[in-house]
Design a protein around this ligand. Structure first.
Ligand SMILES: Nc1ncnc2c1ncn2[C@@H]1O[C@H](COP(=O)(O)OP(=O)(O)OP(=O)(O)O)[C@@H](O)[C@H]1O
Length: 250
């Protein structure tokens, strides 16, 4: 294990994965600090989803180190184990319980409330009520708390699902293309939401929308052919000629 793993929340070192001989991840290294938010960009097929799959135990790398908290070997964990460690993943499509209210969706996700029936009939503790209010404010759905999740706009469903993940208080939140299909206003509000989430949580966001990535205002990692092509501020990576050639200029 290299020395830089100490003090990191996610640490990938020289990771490789091949599918039938095709090198989807090819020497990928990346370090995320606790509380840091990172944006991941890159052309289709660059390996962004596969990287998320490796972190979450869905895909096992052929070689390389993948560590959580500087010490936990994520390559030895399955998806449930990774989730229990506190790594939450938001897939591109929202998966909220459409026939439940916004509030009940969040309550279902709050720690220790796994049984739907028990949850809906149990008395809410003061602590849960306070946490619920906090989450509703963060995801901008206070006014919609009693409405069915199925009646929300696409963007609001995405926020609700982010809230549901936050209800489980993850250490790391992985978010896959959150603003696809959102209005411009929703896109900017999502950037604000994630900025509010970072700090207390580490966040990795994969996104193609460059306006959104710019609004996040965080370090950007550009993936290409399964490895890091460039890393730095959006202005820095935008000025790298190879990044323009393989991605931005297309
Ligand atoms: N299970 C698999 N079996 C075979 N090939 C795969 C598998 N998963 C991914 N790949 C291939 O690996 C490459 C990387 O795919 P990946 O989905 O990680 O890229 P991506 O950067 O997320 O792309 P996009 O922006 O289109 O989502 C692609 O060429 C893809 O076809």
């Amino acid at each position: 294990m290299a020395i830089q793993a100490a003090g990191s929340i996610l640490y990938l070192d020289n990771v490789h994965v091949a599918f039938d001989g095709f090198k989807a991840i090819n020497g990928l290294s990346m370090i995320l600090k606790p509380g840091e938010m990172r944006a991941i960009i890159g052309p289709n097929g660059a390996g962004k989803t596969t990287m998320m799959d490796i972190i979450t135990g869905k895909t096992r790398p052929d070689r390389g180190d993948v560590l959580f908290n500087g010490q936990v070997d994520l390559t030895k964990q399955d998806e449930a184990g990774v989730a229990r460690l506190g790594i939450g993943r938001k897939f591109q499509k929202p998966t909220v319980f459409e026939t439940q209210t916004v509030e009940d969706n969040l309550l279902l996700s709050l720690k220790g409330r796994r049984d739907v029936y028990a949850m809906l009939f149990a008395k809410r503790t003061g602590e849960e009520a306070a946490r619920l209010d906090e989450l509703l404010a963060l995801i901008r759905l206070e006014a919609r708390r009693g409405d069915l999740a199925g009646d929300l706009s696409h963007g609001q469903k995405q926020w609700l699902e982010i809230g549901m993940l936050l209800a489980q208080d993850p250490k790391v939140l992985l978010v896959d293309e959150p603003v696809a299909g959102m209005t411009d206003a929703e896109t900017m509000q999502t950037a604000e939401l994630l900025r509010a989430v970072a700090g207390a949580h580490s966040v990795v966001v994969v996104e193609h929308d460059m306006e959104f990535v710019r609004a996040l205002g965080v370090k950007v990692t550009v993936l290409h052919q399964g490895a890091v092509l460039a890393e730095g501020s959006i202005d820095h990576v935008s000025a790298v000629q190879e990044v323009v050639d393989v991605y931005l200029g297309r």
